[in-house]
Design a protein around this ligand. Structure first.
Ligand code: PXG
Length: 288
């Protein structure tokens, strides 16, 4: 496997980051997870836009231009002979000393890993997931704006552990006010009386690229969609529920906190959205 590291493609064994990189020492950096479908990078420009917004928010100067980054992402796929895969793009603050000061890190590092994707087993897309609300809260906007896709995922990781301890594959994370924010690596949607509802980013939801795609699909299919405050009660009494993310795509949820959602089976609206999503990933995208 060839990894893009600061302008060069190197063997995986040689793709090394310094122990003084602030991405490692402090989680000081940002990332994107992007999919390649049949030789097309899905929503590449949207992912790069979010990366650049995250960089601006943390005062990080990405050392290459957006067109150069786009070219490097495509080249990473080609170098690894991939047609379908998962691209992890990260920009760290770079090498500094043992203090927090980012201004002592002169050069951010850029890493692009293009690899095969490990997905949820296909049966979950047919039978749906059982998930659980966990105690660990989504980081609040007063601490770190949830729009920043930073290398600090510790609270999401704690939430994932808590989900597993509860026998669930994913966690619902609430915000500090107790409203539903999102899952550990996915956004959440419910269907209630024919309407699609999802928490707004102010509630602690990452502005997911897949989530944005669902907005466009809902419009095309004529399904009303609203950003709405959601409580656990709203989720328990939803007709349908599904999660969205670059890795998971669109995955139905049939059980939450021991309660069946709707009739306990993936619902028809989820099915229509999933079918359209699968169509779009094959027809939209940037050719590598
Ligand atoms: N919320 C969070 C906190 C995320 O990290 C999403 C929502 C969905 O966003 P996109 O843009 O992908 O639709 C994410 C992104 C993993 C993994 O290994 C998951 C994400 C990123 C990287 C790895 O599960 N999810």
């Amino acid at each position: 496997m060839k990894i893009y590291l600061d302008g060069k493609f190197v063997a995986a064994a040689d793709a090394k980051i310094s122990v003084f990189d602030h991405g490692l020492l402090y989680g000081d950096g940002i990332f994107e997870g992007i999919r390649l479908y049949q030789g097309n990078v899905f929503r590449l420009e949207e992912h790069l836009e979010r990366l650049w917004y995250s960089a601006k928010a943390i005062l990080l100067n990405i050392p290459i231009s957006r067109p150069e980054m786009a070219a490097a992402v495509c080249e990473a796929c080609r170098q690894n002979g991939l047609r379908d895969g998962y691209i992890r793009l990260l920009v760290t603050r770079g090498i500094g000393d043992l203090g927090l000061s980012p201004w002592l890190c002169p050069k951010p590092s850029v890493v692009i890993i293009a690899d095969k994707i490990v997905l949820y087993p296909p049966e979950y897309y047919l039978t749906g997931l059982s998930i659980a609300t966990v105690p660990t809260r989504r980081v609040g906007p007063a601490a770190v704006p949830p729009m920043i896709k930073s290398l600090n995922y510790l609270n999401n990781i704690l939430a994932k552990i808590e989900a597993r301890q509860a026998g669930a594959l994913e966690a619902i994370m609430l915000n500090e006010a107790g409203f539903v924010a999102e899952c550990t690596g996915d956004n959440i949607f419910i269907v209630h009386k024919g309407r699609l509802l999802t928490p707004a980013s102010q509630q602690g939801a990452l502005k997911g690229i897949t989530r944005e795609t669902i907005f466009s699909i809902a419009q095309q299919l004529g399904i009303p969609l609203e950003e709405h405050e959601l409580t656990r009660y709203d989720l328990w009494n939803a007709d349908e529920c599904f999660l969205t993310g670059t890795g998971a795509e669109v995955i139905p949820v049939v059980k939450l906190d021991g309660r069946e959602i709707g009739d306990g089976k993936p619902g028809p609206v989820t099915g229509r959205v999933l079918t359209e999503f699968r169509q779009r990933v094959l027809t939209e995208g940037t050719r590598i």
